[in-house]
Design a protein around this ligand. Sequence first.
Ligand SMILES: [Zn+2]
Length: 432
Amino acid sequence: MNIVPNYKNPKKYVTAKFPIRQPIYLTALIQLLSRVALIGNKYKTEKINMEGLKPPYIILSNHMAFVDFKLVSQITYPHRVNNVVNVDGFYKRKWLLEWIGAIGTRKFTSDIHLVRSILKCLERGDVIGLYPEACYSQCGISSYLPTALSLLIKKAGVPVVAVLHRGNHLNNPIWDVTKKRRVPLHTTATQILTREDISSLSCEEIGKIVKSALTYDEYQYQKDNGILIKEEYRAEGLHKILYKCPSCKTEHKMASNGAEIYCEACGKRYVWQENGYLKALDGETEFDHIPDWFRWEKEEVRREIANGEYTFFDEVDVFSMPRTNKFIKLGAGKLTHEIENGFTLTGFYRGKEYRMERAPIQTYNLHIEYSYPLLNKGKRDAVVMSMDDDLFYCFPKKQNVITKLAFATQILYENRENEIKKAKLERRATKV
Ligand SMILES: [Zn+2]
């Protein structure tokens, strides 16, 4: 059972409210500022099958970097857009979130008002901007899309446009946001579902079309287009996602420098070449494609979970964000992640114990932040426990553990979802 922290001010930021209609001068201003901010980037936006398409419609975009929003605004202009955004992305800027007509929510929670807000904006005749992966892609490949997405599309009954960004992750990877790499950006916006399609197709069919339209692999994009990444620092930060050594299988001892990633346990080194291929400096190259290494790590976690071996515990520094105006320092806490119970965070605040729980089925992914700058106290990796009405930023003491936690969260959710599906089918079969 959850026991909330003993806050002095128990008020929370309420997401259950309708956004305003985006003022038209802001639509123009956002497009203009975005275009200015894009100067210096080599980019191309393309519209496919969108002739004559007028709002209301839904945009579903893949999500890799902040530049995604700027590129989408070039496509939707001159129409008003209500983006669904995470409230902590507007830390101390709640006014801005509300002014631009964004719909604030908390990542990976069951926000029942969200659907009502979306439908309201569509009724007003505007565009909805959704980033259904809900967080920046860690490895520049597609991630899980919630099943509820096709239900929403069916209910809304308006056309759907899939926006696929290419190059945004390579240009500014989430594992090293401080430095950019010179990579051309290419965004396509394709109408994938018309009103007629939506009324004639089942939710399952809609889900398949959406999934296929939002499938991507940035490192493949690099290879297919012969893009060379020449920056000498190009691999710095890569160990954040490639945390397990494929040679000696040690976890959390990978490090990176310049164009190289290496294992501090066995000393094996790999160079990430300009053409996108990895190469071992000595001996076998287990993976020459970065996403293959990343997927192998996930399968390793799946195996640990299947064998009942998976568990995580660490002491963490905790800051919460019940409102958007400030981080509240809760001090030291204990974070566990277990196969049966999912996440549990405990600690003391103002003399009383608090306890936050998140079961595997409650969260299909985990909000993680690499090298998060916190209150000028340096940068540390963070795991964010997203509750329906609060956020808990947990900074582990252990190094380089958050990618694995995200994998485990996804797998535990997938397992639970499959169990539920199976039980439903069995019940249906017994009825027949
Ligand atoms: Zn090693």
